[in-house]
Ligand binder design. Structure first.
Ligand code: MEV
Length: 442
């Protein structure tokens, strides 16, 4: 195979390639660095430096996806002191944003001393659809569906048998007439229980079988596609913290009552104002995604479902809510979370396995409660900073090490700068100046 020939002449010109996926890993690396790197040797060394030292573990990672060249590191941190339904947890979090883990930990500790987080599972139904077109009247299609429904269920019986033993299976199957929206368009709308699995493969396999049976019963109809939905408004969890208003304590010169009111105002603004709601919810997702990633779940599915849920009433709104009634402050989140603690990466990725062990090998429903608490904690931390000191103070304090690393500070310089910035405001130019001054003095 002649790889690399005639490459590298113009590193910025897009290059196309045939049969790439069949090449060996080193052939792929050679082609990529020859084509795109200004210093191929240095980039090859960089890619190799991020390989796992144990070849078997590296191969495991290589095989998660296609065309793996190396690993992409993200920090794996922990947030201790989460009291959730009376159980104390340390949450694994995978995230690059500097202040997130610190904020989660701070909130967790704050609420642990006020009773902790309380979870309610509101539902666990997941949805899948077979989208098809069929000519004729909707009434006749309904009669057709009523007639073949037992056959549909019978055809997936072997696929659902195992899931039924675990408490899941098909919960309902209905015909939805969408002919008002698109000519001849119908759906099989199927509700699934997937026990402790996220269930994507199970759902999609069932749907494809249902589609085959549907087509076999009426070859004149057209199956367009069969796929689960990541919109899961009936697979939701509520997590709540609450305490008497006076137990919130005074913050930054504000009385507990004034602090409670200001938090509520901020949450109410996110409820009525979409520009704010998006950022408010982004802060929530800082916590949710970090635990979702650490536990090997699909954060894109979670993100898609959560934001659709936030807009379910026709206007994008806050996922968290706040009330002050009879002297009691309540703060809660309601969020759709389709999570798994078996299947997928959970038994494969060594750090995912460890994350789940650290969480006490939770069921999917317990994990829903844990993840929702992470989101609520994150939102509490953000909103309470926003309505008191502002976000930059804490954020820049955590970002200080990033700036110092960028400036090539050594350990001694970092320690000196961290000390200095305990009493000074962190801001990029200020750090540059302070480090320069410190270096001059050494
Ligand atoms: C930053 O990642 C998240 C925040 O902007 C969230 C918020 O404003 O509520 C701080």
């Amino acid at each position: 195979m002649d790889i690399g020939l005639s490459l590298g002449q113009n590193k910025h010109m897009a290059s196309s390639v045939d049969g790439f996926s069949k090449w060996t890993k080193s052939e792929k690396i050679k082609w990529v660095v020859d084509t795109y790197a200004s210093d191929p040797q240095a980039v090859t060394s960089l890619l190799e430096a991020y390989w796992h030292p144990d070849p078997q573990t590296q191969q495991l990672h290589d095989e998660f996806i296609e065309n793996t060249l190396t690993n992409f590191y993200l920090p794996f941190g922990v947030a201790p002191n989460f009291l959730i339904d009376g159980v104390s947890y340390t949450l694994p979090m995978v995230i690059e944003e500097s202040s997130v883990v610190a904020a989660a930990s701070k909130s967790a500790k704050y609420w642990a001393s006020r009773g902790g987080f309380h979870t309610r599972i509101m539902g666990t139904d997941k949805i899948g659809q077979v989208h098809f077109t069929r000519s004729g009247s909707p009434k006749e299609t309904q009669q057709f569906f009523d007639r073949i429904k037992p056959l549909l269920l019978q055809s997936v019986a072997p696929l659902v048998a195992n899931m039924e033993k675990r408490g899941g299976g098909i919960r309902s199957i209905a015909l939805v007439d969408k002919t008002q929206d698109l000519p001849d368009y119908y759906q099989l709308f199927v509700r699934f229980g997937t026990a402790d699995a996220m269930g994507a493969n199970f759902i999609n396999s069932c749907l494809e079988q249902l589609a085959q049976t549907l087509k076999a019963e009426d070859p004149s109809l057209t199956v367009v596609m069969s796929i689960l939905s990541n919109y899961v408004p009936d697979c939701t969890v509520r997590s709540e913290v609450s305490c008497p208003v006076e137990d919130l304590g005074g913050v930054e010169g504000m009385s507990a009552e004034a602090f409670a009111e200001k938090i509520k105002q901020a949450v109410d603004i996110a409820r009525v104002e979409p520009y704010r709601a998006v950022t408010h919810n982004k802060g929530i997702m800082n916590g949710i995604d970090a635990v979702v990633l650490a536990t090997g779940n699909d954060f894109r599915a979670i993100e898609a479902g959560v934001h659709a849920y936030a807009a379910k009433d026709g206007r994008y709104t806050s996922l968290t809510h706040c009330s002050i009634e009879d002297g009691v402050f309540k703060f809660w989140i309601e969020v759709p979370l389709s999570l798994g603690t078996v299947g997928g990466l959970t038994q494969l990725h060594p750090l995912v396995k460890w994350s789940l062990e650290m969480l006490g090998t939770p069921s999917a429903q317990q994990l829903m409660g844990i993840v929702a608490a992470a989101g609520l904690a994150q939102n509490w931390a953000a909103v309470q900073s926003l309505v008191t000191t502002g976000i930059q103070k804490g954020h820049m304090k955590m970002h200080l090490l990033n700036i110092l690393n960028q400036l090539g500070a050594d350990q001694q310089e970092k320690a000196a700068m961290v000390e200095y910035f305990k009493t000074h405001t962190v801001q990029y130019q200020g750090v540059v100046q302070a480090l320069e001054d410190y270096r001059k003095k050494q």
